[in-house]
Design a protein around this ligand. Structure first.
Ligand code: MCN
Ligand code: CUM
Length: 795
């Protein structure tokens, strides 16, 4: 006997096919809308057509008269149960159903529960709401203007529309850096609202059973345990009588982190009617009302020395959060982790001020493939870096290389206080430059320019704080951020693993089993992975901010090690030697002095149920809670080349290369899938996803005719490079997160490429999406093009 071949058993580094795809590609997934319970009723939501209006009256009598209608819920009824408002993850409140006012177009006003969804929808239309329109605010400038209407007049101490005014960094040091600067480079831009638009919309089935007092809720949530805690606290139900089940999820991308009014209403309806109540959001409802992201304005400046050294950075951001501040984010950081900006650059002094304001838009915030606000941070950073290099007349690559944190500088404390532990930034850049053929492209670009052809190259690098906790610094509503894994090895050596994370397409069922295989030598196919049921999974904070591998994945390694420690005792017993004489190789313990004498992990498992030493507790199972010592910091370099047609403003991607360093890759194929998905979304945001607001607060583009999802036809090819691997020094298997890197770092590469193509025209910025008309306007009139709302409704 000898050690197992790790790749053969599907361990670390194996490009194992995703086991979940067995059911997904057969159409056998089990999504919330696939579940039908006996006696189930259906709920639909009536949404406000206006962005800001006082509700004078709601007449539901005609709806009640429609046969098949069981219940009509309004804010007034919710208020009698103290449920008209709910707390948000950012210590704000959010209306469940509007009582006094509606504050954004698409806000939930009433719900109908009926025999089927069609009756419920018809009955919604039979509800008469008398609105008195109010002036509307659609951007932070309007929000803070003198005499602006106070949107959140429901809140006692809310004088204006400012939610927070926050600062971080060294103001005095930064001021000094600017005094010493040879050159100050400035940039202003708007990162538009974007929407995750998963294929499956949000939904829930609440099933309250009066006989057992148990409430079971099937729902599309990325964080079932947080939902259970929220339901316990808001609905004042005992926590052990609440079971949240998050079945298969058809894409989350952050959309399924927040708590939505539909969830709450379906729960109350089920309690009142004592029947299961299903709510499935439609596409327009999803696009207009749930989980928006970004909508942040940047005003940045950089202090530069003539030779290219960055001396300091000043950033001011205005974030438009919509009508309710409902970001999911660690509670100490008022604007997510925006201050991760410039983490990969060695910058002596930096200062960030951030202001958040309310507007008459759907509650927005953090969602969409980001570690909280990191997407904006990296976008600003790389757009500012490009502008600064241009202002200096310096080469884009050389400027970055000169200012990167160097390999020998780790651990490195960023000017905003994060501690970076590892990375090889210049190497990633070099691999990317070589792959794209940098020098050659620059020559080609200059040649083409002479003939009136506009070629451009955009570089974007990113590093992202992934894996919140540690619990010292990171909590959500006071709940510390850590995660968990629970492993039960059956007597035949097969196993079931459960974690507090929740896969939405990332492939946890495949990769977690690979970690077990790596630690225990149990073949991955012998490990079934289950997530998402709060009655069976150990407590965890869920999946977002690419925290699963850094935290839950680490817990999987740690629980496997606990199992191995017990298995070692069993092995010693079976081999009749002392534990100290037992050695481990993958899948097997053996006697140090006689390597041929050994027992497999499966034999140890059997012994745990049939032949344990005296005094040993039977069974082979354990739970690990993992509180990471630090975040993990993956790094990536994305480089795009484009050609812009000055006649039409259409731009085509010529080539895109991606160099991602996410430490040790558990499953290289899944990692590549994550990168390709993220790059596709980055391309979509940069080029075609248009959703915004007109002056009346109408959501413009909340349909898939304007908000385009790129198909294989539009999506450019991506060339991925995996040769740079810097293991995370504190993660048990050296892995860093990867789930969002490409969506975070990608957009700036595309925008930088188009701006580069317009080089020499004085154009500093075109806001995303870089629709042809915007690019044409910039190319033709040599001016920046803003995409900030309000827009004309016919834009
Ligand atoms: N992985 C790996 N080796 C690494 C890092 C990760 O093999 N060094 C694997 C993981 O084991 C996991 C996948 O890659 O199977 C992603 O891991 P990780 O980076 O830990 O991210 P999470 O699992 O926490 O996923 C969350 C992240 C987020 S926040 C969004 S948003 C997003 C994303 O993942 N939403 C997605 N990718 C998505 N992919 C799909 N298909 N669907 C979504 O909704
Ligand atoms: Cu910010 S989207 Mo993901 O973290 O669920």
């Amino acid at each position: 006997m000898s050690a197992l071949d790790e790749i053969k058993i599907g361990g670390l580094g194996a490009s194992r096919k995703r086991v979940e795809d067995n059911r997904f590609i057969r159409g056998k997934g089990n999504y919330t809308d696939d579940i039908a319970l006996p006696g189930m009723l259906h709920m639909e939501i009536l949404r406000s057509p206006l962005a800001h209006a006082r509700i004078k009256s709601i007449d539901t009598s005609k709806a009640w008269d429609i046969p098949g209608v069981h219940l009509v819920l309004t804010g007034e009824m919710m208020a009698t149960r103290n449920l008209a408002w709910m707390p948000t993850l950012s210590y704000d409140t959010q209306a469940v159903l509007a009582t006094d006012k509606v504050r954004f177009q698409g806000q939930e006003v009433a719900c109908v529960i009926a025999d089927d969804p069609y009756i419920a929808k018809d009955a919604c239309e039979a509800i008469d709401v008398d609105y008195e329109p109010l002036p509307v605010i659609v951007n932070p400038r309007q929000a803070v203007a003198e005499g602006a209407p106070v949107i959140r007049d429901d809140k006692e101490n809310q004088a204006g529309n400012v939610i927070y005014d926050w600062e971080v960094g060294d103001k005095a040091g930064t001021d000094r850096a600017f005094e010493q600067a040879d050159l100050v480079s400035k940039l202003q831009l708007h990162y538009p609202r974007s929407h995750p638009s998963p294929i499956e919309c949000c939904g829930s089935i609440a099933d309250f059973n009066r006989a057992t007092s148990k409430l079971t809720v099937y729902m599309t949530t990325q964080a079932p345990h947080i939902i259970r805690a929220a339901v316990a606290l808001v609905a004042e139900l005992p926590e052990h009588m609440i079971r949240i089940i998050s079945p298969d999820i058809g894409g989350g991308f952050g959309n399924k982190v927040p708590v939505y009014p539909g969830y709450v209403c379906s729960i109350l309806a089920s309690i009142l009617l004592e029947r299961p109540v299903k709510w499935i959001e439609d596409k327009s409802g999803n696009l207009i009302s749930t989980g928006f992201a970004r909508d942040v304005y940047l005003d940045g400046e950089m202090a530069l020395r003539r030779d290219g050294k960055i001396l300091g950075v000043r950033i001011h951001t205005d974030a438009d959060h919509g009508a309710f501040f409902s970001d999911a984010q660690p509670s100490k950081f008022k604007i997510g982790l925006m201050h991760s900006a410039f983490a990969a650059y060695d910058i002596p002094a930096a200062h960030l001020t951030a202001r958040g304001t309310y507007s008459n838009k759907a509650p927005g915030g953090v969602a969409y493939r980001c570690s909280f606000r990191v997407t904006e941070a990296m976008f600003f950073q790389e757009r500012m870096i490009q502008a600064a290099a241009d202002d200096l007349g310096m080469d884009q690559a050389a400027f970055r290389r000169m200012n990167f944190v160097r390999d020998e500088d780790f651990p490195h404390r960023t000017p905003f206080g994060f501690l970076l532990d590892s990375g090889q930034y210049a190497k990633c850049l070099d691999v990317g430059l070589k792959a794209v053929g940098y020098e050659e492209f620059r020559r080609e670009q200059a040649e083409a320019r002479k003939r009136g052809r506009l070629l451009g190259l955009g570089i974007s690098t990113m590093t992202e704080p992934l894996g919140a906790g540690n619990s010292r610094e990171y909590d959500i509503l006071g709940i510390k951020m850590f995660d968990s894994a629970d492993l039960k090895v059956h007597m035949t050596g097969k196993a079931i693993l459960r974690t507090g994370a929740k896969t939405q397409g990332q492939g946890h069922e495949t990769t977690w089993a690979q970690i077990v295989a790596h630690e225990l030598g149990i073949p991955a196919e012998d490990v079934v992975v289950e997530e998402g049921d709060t009655d069976t999974a150990p407590f965890g904070m869920g999946t977002y901010a690419s925290r699963s591998t850094p935290v839950a994945g680490a817990a999987v390694a740690m629980v496997s090690r606990k199992i191995r420690a017990k298995a070692r005792k069993l092995a010693a017993h079976l081999l009749e030697v002392s534990e100290e004489d037992v050695e481990w190789e993958l899948g097997r313990f053996y006697v140090r002095s006689a390597p041929d004498r050994g027992v497999t992990i499966q034999e140890c498992a059997m012994a745990a149920y049939s032949n344990m030493p005296d005094g040993m507790e039977p069974g082979l199972e354990n739970t690990a809670y993992y509180d990471p010592p630090n975040l993990t910091w993956p790094f990536a370099c994305y480089i795009v080349t484009v050609e812009v047609d000055p006649q039409t403003g259409v731009w085509d991607v010529l080539k895109m290369v991606a160099v991602d360093d996410c430490g040790v890759r558990i499953n290289p194929m899944i990692v590549e899938g994550q990168i390709m998905g993220g790059l596709t979304e980055a391309y979509a945001m940069a080029s075609m996803q248009f959703i915004t607001f007109d002056a009346d607060g109408n959501c413009v583009g909340s349909n898939y005719m304007d908000y385009l999802l790129p198909s294989a036809w539009e999506t450019p090819g991506f060339e991925l490079h995996s040769e740079v691997v810097t293991p995370c020094p504190h993660h048990p298997i050296g892995a860093k997160g990867i789930g969002e890197c490409a969506a975070v770092g990608g957009p700036a590469a595309f925008v930088n490429a188009v701006i580069d193509a317009l080089g020499g025209t004085g154009v500093r910025n075109i806001d995303m999406p870089l629709l042809p008309d915007r690019v044409w306007e910039a190319a033709t009139y040599h001016r920046d093009v803003s995409g900030a709302p309000p827009v004309r409704a016919d834009d």
